[in-house]
Ligand binder design. Sequence first.
Ligand code: GCW
Length: 683
Amino acid sequence: MKQAGDITLHPAYSCWMNFKTYQKSADQSIKKYCRFILTKISSRVVNTAVNELSAAIEGIYHIKPREISENHDVPCIELSIEENNSADSNQVCGFTIKHINEKTTDKIVISGTDECAVLYGVFRFIFSLGLGKSIDNIQTEQKTYNRLRMINQWDNLSGDIERGYSGRSIFYENGKITKNYARIRDYARLLSSVGINHIVLNNVNVHEEETKFITDKYLPELKKIAAVFSDFGIRILLSVNFAAPIVLGRLSTADPLDKDVQRFWHETANKIYSYIPDFAGFLVKADSESSPGPYTYGRDHAQGANMLADALRPHGGIVVWRCFVYNCHADWRNRKLDRAKAAYENFVPLDGRFKDNVVLQIKNGPMDFQIREPVNPLFGSLEKTNQVIEFQITQEYTGHQIDLCFLPSLWKESLDFDTAAKGKNSLVRDVVNGKLFHTSTGGIAGVSNIGDSPAWTGNPLAQANLFGFGRLSWDPALSCEDIASEWATLTFGSNVATVEKITNMLLRSREIYEDYTCPLGIGWFVNPDSHYGPNVDGYEYSHWGTYHYADLKGIGVDRTMATGTGFTGQYKNENAQMYEHIESCPENLLLFFHHMPYDFVLKSGLTILQHIYDRHFRGVEEVVELQKIWDSLQDEIDPDIFQEVRHRFELQLKNAIEWRDVVNTYFYRKTGIPDEKGRYIYP
Ligand code: GCW
């Protein structure tokens, strides 16, 4: 029974599945099918599907459907598994929603390739109601693009979330695993509704106590959480500490070639599977930002990953191994050093050496989740290795869920990038799903943006990023426009003007954020540690120089083969040439690839310096516009959500003004070149 003060009553809690909102949009032509749910399948996930469907029908049409297992020739919704495919374990997950109307039969059939697909079909059907589809346009057939559609929680046992901006963890509290199953269940439901099928439950930085997650101390509790996710077709993984054999006090080494170490991991895997039979595997951050790894023992990452893969193989588990490995920063004394080159240098030589149950997890860009980066050149360069692309849904460098920043715009750029690895149309999305190089598995991973805040994501508008991540991981060919407007309709109702305004705000937001922060692909103007707010020279790794090399005359990193770090050479021919030359380098990445004089004239006719000034002014003006649009929606939006978002826009404006003033003043002082329009800020 829900009590006043119950967080589930918060208007933003139900996210894109608020059935009160759906009531207004739902078409009456579907109502007559909703009295009966026909299914002959009995399984946990299909039971979930039936329950979800019933709850939605009740919430939307105020009918309590009856579950039947025989066809009584009454209009109904039937759930079934497509017979031909159910035995084929390699079958790509997919579903169809059909309206069958012939002789005595008039029904809607939702059928899937397996039980999880039935659940996805049901959620899609529920979305269709929120989108106002009628019986005439409800039919659809969908197959997922990616086998792995994975969320990474960066949650710690303390209840903190690394780079989390939405409150505390829903999984952990004060050094304990919570029993917050109702909330965890609601999270599983949200994730499953957009097609997520894997979740990593703990931070990739595995601290001492979390290292024990793979022991009897924590597995009984983790098993319960796994069961909650399992009902929604989501399998769990754990981040593990490569040095666990030592940290847990069993051995004096974690050398992957050591027999005792191998035995340790085999026994550990056996134990985990005895608790959690559908456990999906390990996520590993090794030799990175002080995490231990195989390099300590003179071994390479293939040896490290394969050792774990061997332990998991008998149980069908996988090792997801991160490529975020680097050992240098910017250095004014040696400008040939380049962190951007590190992932490629560490992993390309290992291509073909990873076992087939190893998947490399590669950040979308070569640096670290900046507002604009080129695609990581590892994509297209690894031909014999399973891969997933890693995105950050949480807004570490993109506004901490205070500032509005719709990230599918950024993710789409990576997914649609043509690596040219096998001629034209060698898109990143086809590399990671395995199609381009015929690798066995792959997909998309995203670092979660949720916590225990009533709206899940702090800023209710940041829910669009979680939704968009799920939708893109299911189908990366979707457009940002479709994702944004679908989310806006499901969340705020089908009023066309409202949906248009919100869609428009979302679609503009990434560029606006870029305008008042880091121009032309340069990145790294942020405050150290927090990574929010401006500090042009202050980044934490700036002892030997900043990542932008701004001096009196110019700014940017020369990453060319001709005179710079040679990073451009990590791309395939056409792309290498495109980035190598100033004329063909996309302007929005110019300073990522080239050190340029401030008076270089861009295509707009403006100098780089003028561009920096103008964009920072424009960014602030655009935030004011966003605010105005939001204010115009006051009568359309729930008052609590309205105020919450309004408050965030006030903070965003403050932030944007600070960015504008700090960045523009910095460059004015640095260059002494007067701005032609006199539009700089000077104390
Ligand atoms: O961007 C950096 C973050 C770290 C994070 C690391 C990583 C989990 O600042 O907080 O650690 O990336 O991705 O491993």
